[in-house]
Design a protein. Sequence first.
Length: 86
Amino acid sequence: MCQCEDTGEGMSRFTDLIEWKYMKTCKRCHEEKELSEFCKDAVEKDGLRRICNPCNREQFAQWRERQQEAEKPKNQFKRDVAASWI
Ligand SMILES: [Zn+2]
């Protein structure tokens, strides 16, 4: 029997990412994670974001929430103004 399927399970897709085995500490949650947990960012010295993907998502969600909160009064004002014209 060929054992390829057992021994090589999941390895083929990692062979071209061999440099990703190093760890990096997230500047937000301060957890040490694999480099594959970080987005690429050309602005950074090491070419990777300072915060991990889960933190990045969280931060973006919070940012979007704030944006929506910031938009709300304006939209409300527009609606009020529009309503006063009718
Ligand atoms: Zn993090």
